[in-house]
Design a protein around this ligand. Structure first.
Ligand SMILES: Nc1ncnc2c1ncn2[C@@H]1O[C@H](COP(=O)(O)OP(=O)(O)OP(=O)(O)O)[C@@H](O)[C@H]1O
Ligand SMILES: [Mg+2]
Length: 229
């Protein structure tokens, strides 16, 4: 079983070494707080340990350009170790998640789903009548992922976006989705922008009993780096 470094020492310390196997880790926060960058850095570090990543890109934010920036010298070798799925509907996301178990071979070290709620949101906005069914399906996916992480001893990392500006629709949707995600996740990291440009505060909301509860990092062109305050 292996812990995967985030590539940022302050975050690794907060997470007791990095993202942990057997856990479902949730990273959530406002737009541009570095969720995708963090997921990519974990995939890169996983590849550098010789393991594969199953990367489910549910909001189309995975770009080779960003991966090249982050991976730099060993990009080719890293790209070979990332299996990418790009579902474009919530139904496709459901399908991909249901296939996961068959793809979980020994050499898979990490599963990423970025952003787990974006297709759910889009579908909900189009079909408000399906709210109950969609919430039930989101809940099922999360339960399955938490179980898969535990049983197969894998690192599973999911991200979710929250909005500070509350629109009529998010006012209704947000609390439900966030509650479901936080309920099933073993580790919850909340990312918050600070008054300083490019500096983000990471707050460990779960587990609750830890001594170290927060840290800071900065987002640069090369990715996410430690920032001491
Ligand atoms: N290709 C890039 N080159 C340089 N900087 C980038 C690049 N992509 C992202 N960034 C920087 O990293 C920051 C965080 O981007 P990232 O996509 O990781 O955020 P996010 O939390 O995933 O956002 P979202 O909620 O929109 O998915 C951006 O604000 C930007 O400053
Ligand atoms: Mg993103």
């Amino acid at each position: 079983m292996m812990v995967i470094s985030t590539g940022c020492s302050t975050l690794d310390r907060l997470l007791e070494g990095g993202v942990q196997p057997k856990n479902l880790t949730l990273i959530y926060g406002e737009a541009e707080t570095g969720k995708t960058t963090l997921a990519l850095q974990c995939a890169v570090n996983c590849a550098r340990m010789g393991m594969k990543t199953l990367y489910i890109d549910s909001d189309g934010s995975f770009t080779t350009q960003r991966l090249i920036q982050i991976a730099a010298h060993d990009y080719n070798q890293i790209a070979e170790n990332i299996l990418l799925a790009k579902p474009v509907s919530f139904q496709q996301q459901t399908y991909v998640i249901d296939q996961l178990e068959d793809l979980l071979t020994e050499n898979v070290g990490l599963i990423v789903i970025d952003t787990i709620t974006s297709l759910y949101r889009a579908e909900l906005a189009e079909n408000p009548k399906k709210t109950f069914r969609l919430n039930r399906e989101l809940n099922r996916q999360l339960a399955y992922l938490a179980q898969t992480a535990r049983v197969n001893k894998k690192v599973i990392l999911i991200t979710s976006q929250v909005r500070s500006i509350i629109q009529q629709q998010t006012l209704m949707i947000e609390p439900v989705a966030t509650r479901v995600l936080k309920f099933w996740a073993d580790v919850v990291l909340n990312l918050k922008p600070t008054a300083y440009r490019g500096i983000i505060e990471a707050i460990l909301e779960k587990p609750e009993n830890r001594k170290l509860k927060k840290c800071f990092y900065k987002i640069t062109r090369k990715g996410i780096e430690e920032h001491a305050i």
